[in-house]
Design a protein around this ligand. Structure first.
Ligand code: SAM
Length: 258
């Protein structure tokens, strides 16, 4: 099959990034280091082409038709080991580490599994930085800070692991086919790995009903007296909402009530 005859498959979240200025912004935003690059979903190889110019790349593509196309398009890079292409579902291939050396994840992710992939990368000890395109709403959740309406578990988990910011917003017109929603590229510079499952369980309870008070949400799992003591010592009001509590304060709260 030729590149121009490819019909995008919805079930694999295929929206190919065609705007070269966005591709260049992704390359410019890449952290400067010696890490390998992992690309999830190279698709037609438009981003891959730029990546192999600057780094050695390990790519994972689930679509066998696209995989065949990439194998012929990038024959030279594959032969010279600039590119290693894994054909199959990245989630099946992912053990605790996706590859066995330090890497940065750089990708225009398939949106239907983007959150799952980012959470796995945050937990992966070999993953050092995450520079990905996702739908704008998801990027905003990962980059949110306390006080913002969208601040929740994803923002707290991210801030507990490193620093995050949005690199560029991307309109539907940058893709073929065009998605219905806006997208954004964002960067997480990891300083440590995501690891404390019990802390994340507490977050899930804290945000069960995001518009209710933190006290009400946490009371469904934790003892009221220990919550009241913790709220007093952290000077939280009884009416504080979960999105108003900073990441640091959530960690303090966890230390007291766990
Ligand atoms: N990187 C290309 C670009 O920027 O134009 C394509 C991005 S497209 C949004 C997502 C890509 O991820 C598609 O090529 C799709 O086939 C691939 N994909 C979807 N699910 C996958 C999975 N479970 N494992 C590996 N690749 C997957």
């Amino acid at each position: 099959m030729k590149k121009e005859n490819v019909v995008a498959k919805k079930k694999f979240g295929q929206n190919f990034l065609k705007d070269e200025s966005v591709l260049r912004k992704i390359i410019q935003a890449m952290p400067k280091n010696d890490n390998k690059v992992v690309e999830i979903g190279p698709g037609l190889g438009d981003l891959t082409k730029f990546l192999v110019d600057v780094k050695s790349v390990e790519a994972f593509e689930v679509d066998t038709d696209l995989c065949k196309l990439l194998q012929s398009e990038f024959k030279e890079e594959i032969d010279t080991k600039r590119l290693h292409l894994n054909c199959g579902d990245v989630l099946q291939a992912w053990q605790s580490a996706l590859v066995d050396e330090p890497y940065d994840l750089v990708a225009n992710l398939p949106y239907y599994i983007a959150t799952n992939i980012i959470l796995k990368a945050l937990a992966d000890p070999m993953c050092k930085n995450i520079l990905v395109m996702v739908q704008l709403e998801v990027a905003e959740k990962f980059c949110a800070v306390a006080g913002e309406k969208v601040f929740g578990s994803l923002g707290i988990i991210t801030q507990s692991v490193g620093d995050a910011h949005i690199v560029v917003r991307v309109p539907p017109t940058a893709f073929d086919p065009q998605p219905k929603i806006d997208s954004a590229v964002f960067l997480i510079a990891k300083k440590r790995d995501r690891s404390d499952k019990e802390f994340e369980d507490m977050l899930r309870v804290a945000f069960t009903q995001p518009r209710k008070t933190l006290m009400k949400n946490l009371s469904s799992k934790y003892e009221k007296t220990s919550l009241e003591e913790a709220f007093d010592s952290l000077e939280f009001t009884q009416t504080i909402r979960p999105h108003q509590v900073s990441t640091n304060d959530f960690h303090q709260l966890y230390k007291i009530i766990k």
